[in-house]
Design a protein around this ligand. Sequence first.
Ligand code: NAD
Length: 320
Amino acid sequence: MDIKNRIEEIKAKLNQYNYEYYVLDNPSVSDSDYDHLMNELIQLENEHPQYKTLDSPTQRVGGEVSSKFEKVEHERPMLSLGNVFNEKELRNFDERIKKSVKDFTYTAELKIDGLSVSIIYENGYYQRAATRGNSLIGEDITENVKTIKSVPLRIDFLDKLEVRGEIFLSKDKFNKLNQERLENGEELFKNPRNAAAGTIRQLDPKIVHKRALDAFIYFGFHNDFSNHYQTLLKLKDLGFKINDRTKFCNTIDDVIAYVNDIEKIKHDLPYEIDGIVIKVNELEHYDSIGYTSKFPKWAVAFKFPTVEKETVLNRIDFQV
Ligand code: NAD
């Protein structure tokens, strides 16, 4: 098959997989199969830019905006993350940053496998929650997110504040839900992410309440915030649920040690993760490091390989 046809073939497949994943909440292939295909497409398009089209799945953030909910325009785009799959690619990410800026540190966080949410607070009150959607326009899920008990409805912060985080279903809650569905003869959810995404799109908040979703917050936006790690500490003080394995890292070696530690214990966590997110802390560097149309260049997701061994390591505490 020639290159052009291979590109068209992958594009068609990825578009179909995106539809199944984001619209139907019912994927037919594994995330790692999807990621490999996406990587092949990125590589082919880089080698043959004449075949790169504006409608390529490499050019956009995956979600679709459903018509079930009101549409919400995000104040700042909700981007995706670039992926790396091994230590070498992670070191390349670090090298690229070093080419643009000096004096920076990282935060390494678990990449919870759920769906992202933007939540706006005004005058200290919970105002609105929205899905990522197509990154610019999401769906209004204010009522459903209100049922998540770890999301505060009132905070001691009077200015406008946007936080972002990941809505997820714990492994326990997921198993219980599927057990009930089995007993009722209903179709089972494939995994906790898929169950969380299906639940947040329920039109009846009572059903959402019963399913007991949870949310970790991993971003906060306010003019006073100048350092990502400090922002997380501040959000924690305000009562948001910040993952306690979040780790401040001085260098990429610290990040790699963290990735290796987490990889060994990931199956013992009470929720599913599909990788580690690494972010530069110093916000003043973000514009110099830059963005692509799909993701910031100052952050990256390290995706775990699909087959690994399981071992238990010591807990890494959120260093307050
Ligand atoms: P992504 O999953 O690679 O990463 C971006 C997302 O990570 C963010 O939007 C956020 O929701 C989440 N996240 C979790 N923890 C975070 C943290 N601490 N900080 C920041 N973000 C955090 O990208 P995506 O665009 O959400 O989804 C693409 C991925 O979805 C693909 O790489 C693939 O694995 C999967 N996918 C699978 C299929 C399939 O058919 N199996 C189809 C489409 C997409």
